[in-house]
Structures are given as structure tokens and as C-alpha cells.
Design a protein around this ligand. Structure first.
Ligand code: BV8
Length: 258
């Protein structure tokens, strides 16, 4: 938060690159939502869930093994997302994007809707939407029922064919939505600056976007209070939090120099 002790020279250097950039790609992870009260993914398996590996819960295998347990885990997380509000960092990113039309591409690993609620609806979602449902299987009868019509239950079940409802997120072992990943990779290749906020860099292929940007010649800056697995891709590291650093990085970057 505001108490972050940031190196003024690093802050000034990253601001100068952002100010001059024609294209900025921002990649956010679970740390972006932490100050809105949503536990990071690694922390999402605490309390009731502390005996489970989140990657096991966030998998088709885990869901098939115990649909009710996984459904309840998501129900608890969904309630947390609905109760959360975007923080100053989300608002700073959206405001920067609006002040500089055509400059910002915002890519998130997060499954919450905080970037959208902060005013950036065009956020590219690599790992889906925790607030949406989908069917576990293709319908054996070829029907196109709406998961919202499923029976009440934990999880709900299709009244026509017995199909289970599951959250519309990308589980471990599942491929990312092709259009989202392609758009994210194009933005990483084309950007002048990549800003990576609040990710451990542990999950692929999302973590690879920092490597793509670096290889393509972008300046890479990381915002994270702790070390991450992709720090070696950074030209600049700002050891602070999303809500503390982003407003100081972006808020006074006004409209582009005419
Ligand atoms: C796939 C939805 C084809 C579900 C999620 C290459 C190498 C190694 C492994 C693989 C590889 N390619 C594929 C894999 C396998 C796997 C993978 O990456 N495994 C890892 C764990 C080793 N990837 C996949 O399965 C992907 N699919 O590639 O398909 C395939 C399949 C199998 C094998 C090969 C190819 C699908 C991955 C998507 C999984 N779904 N989410 C749900 O949420 O329930 S990912 C999930 O974990 C989250 O969405 C999140 O994105 C991710 C965790 O990462 P972070 O966002 O970084 O969060 P984390 O908690 O780790 O870290 C938080 C960070 O925030 C920390 O650094 C912390 O310091 C910082 N922080 C804390 N507070 C703050 C802060 N920062 C700023 N401010 C703060 N206040």
C-alpha cells in the first residue's frame, strides 16, 4: 500500500517508458485482486480448504473426484468476488487506458471481474470467468440447454440429460481460450512496455507472456511485493503492491504529449 518504499529512480524510469510508449501490455495475476480482499490463488486453499492443493481443486479430475467439494470451493470464492470492490490500482489502470486510447492492452490471469468493474470491459481473460457456468460434458443428446435452467444442487445437474454444471474457468490441464491467448501474445509481441502486476509467474502459458515481450524488445517492469519466477525477465522491479504502486506509476501520466 501507500507505505511501499519504492526506489524513486526506478519509479521515474518506468514512468518515463510508460509515458513514451505507443503500446503498453499489462499482465495481472491474483496479487492484483489481493487488496480487494480476494485471496491469491496460492492462498485460496486456506481455512476450510487448507488440506487441499488448489491446483487439484481447480482441475477436471478434482471436480470429477468430488463434484460437491469443488462446487462448494467455487461457491465460496464466488461470494468473495461478488463482495469485493476494485481498488485504486484497478481504477488507475482503467483511467490510464481511457486517457490514452489505443495504447493499453490489459490481460489478466484472474477469474474475477474487478478490471471490468473498474472500467476496462475489454480486459482479455486468459483463465475464464468464475461468475459464469458451463456444462461439464458436451450434451449427449445434442441439446443446447442453458446451465441456468439446471436443477438446484451442489453442483446443479441438467434436468434433461443429467450433465453437471461447472464453473466457466480454465482448469489445470485445460487449454486456454485460443482467441484470448492469441490476442495476449500479439499484444506482448507488439508492446513497448510490459507491466506485470501481482503474479508469481508459476502458471503457464500465461507466465510466458513476459518472455515473449522481453524477446520482442519491450521494456519489462514487474510490480510485486515479493520475488516471482519471472523476475529474471524484468528490466525494472517495483517491490510494492498493486494498490500502492499503480496510482503512483500512472495517475499523473496525463494525455499523450501532442
Ligand atoms: C495448459 C482458473 C495445455 C481456475 C487458473 C509449462 C511448464 C510447466 C507447466 C505447464 C506448462 N504448460 C502448461 C503447464 C501445466 C499448467 C501449469 O502451468 N502448471 C504449473 C502450476 C506448474 N498449466 C496449465 O495446465 C494451463 N493449461 O497449458 O493446457 C497443457 C496442459 C497440461 C500440460 C501441458 C500443456 C492452464 C492453467 C490455468 C489454470 N487455471 N485459474 C481457478 O482460478 O480456480 S490459474 C490460477 O493460478 C489463477 O487463475 C492464477 O492465474 C494462477 C496463480 O497464479 P498467480 O495469479 O500468480 O497467483 P499466485 O497466488 O500464484 O501469486 C500471487 C502473486 O501476487 C504472488 O507473486 C504475490 O507475491 C503477489 N501479491 C500478493 N499480494 C500482492 C501481490 N502483488 C501485488 N499486490 C499485492 N497486494
Amino acid at each position: 500500500m501507500a507505505g511501499d518504499v519504492l526506489d524513486p529512480a526506478t519509479l521515474a524510469a518506468v514512468r518515463a517508458h510508460l509515458d513514451a510508449a505507443r503500446r503498453v501490455c499489462v499482465l495481472t495475476g491474483a496479487g492484483m485482486s489481493a487488496e480487494s480482499g480476494i485471496p491469491t490463488f496460492r492462498d485460496a486453499a486456506t481455512g476450510l480448504w487448507s488440506t487441499f492443493d488448489p491446483a487439484q481443486l481447480a482441475s477436471e479430475e478434482g471436480f470429477r473426484a468430488d463434484p460437491q467439494r469443488v462446487w462448494d470451493w467455487y461457491a465460496e470464492r464466488r461470494a468473495g468476488v461478488r463482495a469485493a470492490q476494485p481498488h485504486a490500482g484497478h481504477l488507475a489502470l482503467a483511467a490510464f487506458g481511457r486517457r490514452r486510447p489505443g495504447v493499453l492492452t490489459l490481460v489478466t490471469q484472474n477469474v474475477d471481474d474487478l478490471h471490468q468493474r473498474a472500467g476496462w470491459p475489454e480486459t482479455i481473460r486468459l483463465h475464464g470467468d468464475i461468475l459464469a457456468d458451463r456444462w461439464l460434458e458436451p450434451c449427449p443428446r445434442g441439446l443446447a440447454c442453458d446451465p441456468a435452467t439446471a436443477s438446484a444442487g451442489r453442483p446443479p445437474r441438467c434436468t434433461e440429460c443429467g450433465n453437471l454444471v461447472r464453473p466457466a474457468v480454465v482448469w489445470f490441464g485445460e487449454t486456454l481460450p485460443e482467441r484470448a491467448l492469441d490476442a495476449a501474445e500479439r499484444a506482448a509481441r507488439a508492446c513497448d512496455v510490459m507491466l506485470v502486476v501481482g503474479t508469481s509467474g508459476a502458471v503457464w502459458p500465461a507466465a510466458g507472456l513476459a518472455h515473449v515481450a522481453r524477446r520482442a524488445g519491450a521494456q519489462v517492469a514487474i510490480v510485486n511485493p515479493d520475488a516471482s519466477e519471472i523476475d529474471d525477465q524484468a528490466h525494472w522491479v517495483l517491490r510494492g503492491t498493486a494498490a500502492g504502486v499503480l496510482p503512483r506509476l500512472l495517475d499523473t501520466l496525463g494525455r499523450p504529449p501532442s
